[in-house]
Design a protein around this ligand. Structure first.
Ligand code: DLZ
Length: 160
């Protein structure tokens, strides 16, 4: 089966976002990566009709904080979806495993708790080069893909 990269999706197949409010939370760790993903996500939402005033951007210290921050945002705002951006790079200790496990399970729990799309735009890589390749490099920009996924999941929810 051909692998697809959402960054290369047909723009015509992406829902119009002009009526949507979208939150984005980006981790401050590995800022070269998370800022590029954040820029990609905002640009993509704007290209698909989301008003700049309807995009709420917040930052948190690290990827581990994304779950609680998404929970707070969904409690206290009217966003239709939250895109969570982080980058965890394998180091010498087991910290990587704990953060990846916590954030993947945590974001799933938050999405189910709030019945809203919570998008996992978290890179979990062996090294910085793999992260650069996915933050505007040869494997696209996973922030762009997070934005596309948010638009599609809001449209999915509205279609039910
Ligand atoms: C502590 C830590 C480590 C070792 N590595 C990363 C990382 O690669 N990416 C990331 O986003 N955050 C990292 N952190 C910080 C944790 O996410 C978290 O902010 C702290 O453990 C405090 O809760």
């Amino acid at each position: 089966m051909k692998k697809t990269n959402l960054s290369e999706f047909d723009p015509a197949a992406i829902p119009d976002g002009s009526k949507y409010n979208i939150g984005i939370i980006a981790a401050e760790w590995n800022p070269e990566i998370t800022n590029a993903m954040l820029d990609g996500a905002v640009d993509t939402l704007r290209q698909h009709g989301v008003d700049a005033g309807n995009i709420l951007v917040r930052r948190v210290p690290g990827t581990f904080e994304l779950s609680s921050a998404a929970d707070m945002m969904l409690d206290r705002t009217t966003v239709d979806a939250v895109i969570c951006i982080g980058c965890v790079i394998q180091g010498e200790t087991r910290h990587f495993e704990f953060i990846c496990q916590a954030v993947s399970q945590g974001l799933t729990n938050v999405a189910i708790k709030h019945n809203r799309p919570v998008i996992f735009s978290v890179l979990t890589t062996d090294n910085m080069q793999q992260a650069l390749d996915r933050a505007g490099g040869r494997h696209g920009n996973k922030g762009v893909e997070g934005a596309v996924t948010a638009l599609k999941m809001i449209a999915y929810q509205n279609s039910l």
